[in-house]
Design a binder for this molecule. Sequence first.
Ligand SMILES: Nc1ncnc2c1ncn2[C@@H]1O[C@H](COP(=O)(O)OP(=O)(O)OP(=O)(O)O)[C@@H](O)[C@H]1O
Length: 250
Amino acid sequence: MNAPKPASPPVLQLEDLVRRRAGRPAVRQLSLTLQAGQVLGLLGVNGAGKSTTLAMIAGVLLPDSGSIRLQGGDFLEHPELAARAIGWLPEAAPLWPELTVREHLDAHARLRGIRGAAVVQARDAVLERLELNDLARRLAGVLSQGQRQRLGLACALLHRPALLVLDEPANALDPVQVAALRKLLRELASDGTAVILSTHQLTEVTAVCDRVAILHEGTLRYDAPLAADQHAALEKTFFDIAVNGRAQAA
Ligand SMILES: Nc1ncnc2c1ncn2[C@@H]1O[C@H](COP(=O)(O)OP(=O)(O)OP(=O)(O)O)[C@@H](O)[C@H]1O
């Protein structure tokens, strides 16, 4: 008889993450696990610690203590794991104004270790997916905010990461592009990509996420699956935590 196949490790495991900023705790003892194909919405009021959490997951900010495992590997000991496994879109996509859209994608491909014909393949796929073909030769410095956001997302997706980390991804997008982003995230999730996104928009969470976590003053106060049609319940939980610091019984 064949031995049962071992289950894949979670895409992301945070254990007791702590990070102080400007001498004050920004994230406290944060633990959570994300599986392939899950879309987690990270909510919280301004200053709750969302961006700090995402920056630690993306590897651009070191935790003071705690551990981060990516696909089972210790990410803090092997930061190179992030280049392969993570696609990261910070709050404002970091772009070089003097490079074209296409040059950005080529540069990102090389940074991710993609070489030769695979560069063109990866670049063309995201140009198509993010509807950037018409802008391929345009300089990033003259793109509109929404177009910059789409280019940032294309850079994050280029190497088909196992985990996509998005800080306010719908910022500056028009309603047509918001709908396209929702569809894209659902498609990625059904292909097994894990997504963690922070947002202030509860509607974004109810539209695309199957799980929601709420941070308050750096502490994880809520983490639960989100079924369809739960917008009203989520709104109540969010405001309970934002105003009283904890969820009230239904
Ligand atoms: N660069 C920084 N230097 C010092 N303190 C910072 C810095 N960035 C954030 N902080 C502090 O860390 C805490 C958490 O901020 P963070 O940006 O993670 O929250 P957030 O939930 O993403 O907020 P927002 O919704 O406003 O973007 C806040 O108290 C903030 O003042």
